[in-house]
Write a protein that binds this ligand. Structure first.
Ligand code: PXP
Length: 254
């Protein structure tokens, strides 16, 4: 059996803030959700400070950084303003994501090839500050190779198209997307990148992808927050952890 690394679960708490913002008050508090997720076994907390502040706000990031005992993964667009805010918060990691159409590749991830000139200085600033950068990209060889060339230490493979194809009952498309993820994870590891994955994952898809030995971190939000409405966040984190552990036990020699 191939040697495997532990697989970390990053819980994305954005949609606790979506619910809070629906009434404009302080409840439910994303920090409380982060603490509950960590208590139940999350290895880190992910939050996305969007330019439009539609869910997480600046002050949420500051409170998370000050109060949580596990790594904070700060998702953001690579704009000068966001880079300045993230360098001020000093999270453990940042994940650079597209927010505007022109930053997207056809598969929906960040267009690292097209945006290389603007991304390079941001990646360098985070590298210099000791903040691990990951680039949220489609499993496209050109994007993966450019991420390595720009010296990003990590990538996060966009699993949205694969998960959507499964949900929409399109098995041929799902199989094609899965092949791209398997090949992308392997290529990325050979290029020296740490490999993460996320977007649209549920218990079943997390269990499947956990069997790829190159992947060391999954970032999961929407499905878990939805499940938490029925069984509580702690139970959801534990169930996701179990799904990932079941998948990891079946490691695929990719
Ligand atoms: N990873 C990244 C880079 C994301 O932008 C998101 C969505 O905010 C996620 C993971 C989590 O996706 P989901 O909420 O669909 O689980």
């Amino acid at each position: 059996m191939p040697k495997t690394s532990p697989l970390r679960l990053g819980v994305n708490i954005d949609h606790i803030a979506t619910v809070r913002n629906a009434r404009g008050g302080r409840h439910p508090d994303p920090l409380r959700a982060a603490l509950a997720a960590i208590e139940a076994g999350a290895d880190g907390i992910t939050a996305h400070l969007r330019e439009d502040r539609r869910h997480i706000r600046d002050n949420d990031m500051e409170r998370l950084k000050a109060e949580i005992s596990k790594p904070l993964n700060f998702e953001m667009a690579a704009t000068p303003d966001m880079v300045r805010i993230a360098l001020g918060v000093q999270p453990h990691a940042v994940c650079l994501v597209p927010e505007r159409r022109e930053e997207l590749t056809t598969e929906g991830g960040l267009d690292v090839v097209g945006q290389r000139d603007s991304l390079a200085p941001s990646i360098a600033r985070f590298n210099d500050a000791g903040i691990r950068v990951s680039l949220f990209i489609a499993a496209d060889p050109a994007q993966i190779e450019m991420a390595a060339k720009l010296k990003a230490p990590a990538i996060e493979l966009h699993t949205g198209a694969w998960c959507d194809a499964i949900t929409d009952d399109e098995p041929a498309k799902a199989a094609e997307e899965w092949r791209r993820i398997v090949a992308g994870a392997s290529l990325a590891q050979s290029a020296g990148l740490e490999v993460h994955a996320g977007h649209g994952l549920d218990y079943a898809t997390a269990e499947t992808i956990a069997a790829l030995p190159q992947i060391v971190e999954l970032n999961i939000g929407f499905y878990m927050i939805g499940e938490a409405l029925f069984v509580g966040l702690g139970e959801t984190v534990k169930a996701m952890r179990e799904a990932m552990d079941r998948g990891r036990a079946k490691v695929i020699a990719a």
